[in-house]
Design a protein around this ligand. Structure first.
Ligand SMILES: *Cc1c(COP(=O)(O)O)cnc(C)c1O
Length: 435
């Protein structure tokens, strides 16, 4: 009763994101009462394994004592103070630690991923302007890239469904071919396909570098495109080309940062250093909204001047919120000594082994895994596959939402082997119900 009431009230008062609200006439909302570890409990006490880490934000499970304690301790000191002209311990310590981890020492904060994209793009174009090259103000992204959905972020997001209605509002950026190995010609390896795509990037830069501020990309995995895993060679080549053609490289680590792909940051697997790194999602372990853009001394120096107008005058009310910074510091504590990443390698081996029947299923193509991400392309003619699979998964105690025909797992890092089995077995059973 309480559950129905909450769902009705939500449909009336809440406009849910990334949803056609009319769909909820037939597909009930999931009314969540509480969470613990990898589990979400609905208002009737049924539990669901959070197979998507609550939209890729949660790293160490729900209700983690260390993160909770960090937030409540900070709450007794100061909940928020403006960051223009003021500073505080959590934001200083977080900036120092992020600087030490990345080698990019200047942290600028926003509240969500899209605003991190906006900040990086604005900073890059403003850098060139401050260097007397205002014509360098265009951006490039990869085909099928995703960088958020505010108007500026949408200009570098190449996902038709999210962009179509707003095309006229946005100054669309150029896109270059994605190194998605599934696009490779028959017999062409992932690394050779990456090289061919880098050649296409070079051709574009040759023609347009003088008007281009930055290339933005998702290192190693284009998540929103359907967990496209590509070869690190592309990142090495793109880094070299950006340097050669004087174009910034922006690494959007919003989804892949903080150990998701097996290293603390995905770009580290290519042994490169970007000019900008965008962080959000897992930054606070999934507890509070926060994003950060890290950049080089060179970029910082271009804004450091007596003239106000040469400064970076971008602002958000909650910039550097102390509670969110404390959650981020606690998350970094949990990642600190590498043991969490070592544990993830063991968990990944367990879940990969348990998912073998799913990977070998007659309807599954291109099964892939990197770090704590698994994806399976499902051969189906059902245009509503994702919706039907989501409903079937719920019946098996799993929260999963395929992207198009790509079923994927992006679970919290803290799964034990029973939970891995629950996920693998339930995902297979749900698949057999819908294909
Ligand atoms: C989710 C995501 C964003 C946008 O973050 P929001 O917090 O949803 O605005 C940007 N880039 C990537 C790669 C993402 O996965």
């Amino acid at each position: 009763m309480a559950e129905m009431d909450l769902i009705q009230r939500s449909k009336k008062a809440v406009w849910h994101p990334c949803s056609q609200m009319k769909l909820h006439e037939t597909q009930p909302l999931l009314a969540i009462a509480r969470g613990e570890g990898v589990w979400l409990y609905d208002t009737s006490g049924r539990r669901y394994l959070d197979g998507l880490s609550s939209w890729w934000v949660n790293l160490f499970g729900h209700g983690h004592p260390h993160i909770k304690a960090a937030i409540t301790t900070q709450l007794d000191r100061i909940e928020h103070v403006m960051l223009a002209g003021c500073t505080h311990e959590p934001v200083v310590e977080l900036s120092e630690r992020l600087g030490a981890l990345t080698g990019l020492g200047h942290a600028f904060y926003g509240s969500d991923g899209a605003s991190a994209t906006e900040i990086a793009l604005k900073m890059s174009a403003h850098y060139w302007r401050n260097h007397g090259r205002p014509e360098k103000c265009r951006f490039i992204g990869l085909a099928n890239g995703y960088h958020g959905e505010t108007a500026g972020a949408l200009s570098v997001t190449d996902i038709a469904l999210f962009r179509e209605a707003y095309g006229p509002l946005v100054r669309l950026s150029a896109t270059v071919p994605t190194p998605d190995p599934r696009d490779a010609a028959p017999g062409v390896s992932a690394i050779d396909h990456a090289r061919a795509c880098a050649a296409a990037l070079e051709a574009w830069l040759q023609a347009h570098h003088h008007e281009t501020a930055a290339l933005i990309l998702e290192p190693l995995v284009q998540c929103a495109a359907g967990m496209v895993v590509y070869d690190a060679e592309y990142l090495r080549l793109a880094r070299a080309l950006c340097t050669r053609y004087e174009v910034h490289l922006v690494a959007d680590e919003i989804a892949v940062g903080f150990g998701r792909t097996g290293t603390l940051f995905a770009y580290q697997q290519a042994g490169i250093l970007p000019d900008f790194v965008c962080l959000s999602k897992g930054l606070t372990g999934g507890y509070l909204p926060l994003s950060a853009v890290l950049t080089t001394d060179d970029v910082y120096a271009a804004f450091y001047d007596d003239s106000t107008a040469r400064g970076f005058l971008h602002s958000h009310s909650y910039t550097g919120n102390p509670l969110a910074c404390s959650a981020a510091l606690a998350t970094l504590d949990l990642l600190h000594d590498g043991s969490a990443l070592a544990q993830n390698r063991r968990t990944a081996a367990t879940l990969t082994a348990l998912s073998a029947p799913l990977a070998q299923h007659a309807k599954v193509n291109n099964s892939r895994q990197i770090g704590m991400i698994w994806a399976f392309d499902i051969a189906t003619d059902d245009p509503l596959f994702s919706r039907h699979y989501h409903a079937a998964a719920l019946r098996h105690g799993l929260l999963l939402r395929p992207i198009g025909n790509t079923l994927y797992f992006m679970p919290p890092y803290v799964m034990n082997s029973d939970e891995c089995a629950w996920l693998a077995n339930g995902a297979l059973a749900a698949l057999n119900e819908v294909v």
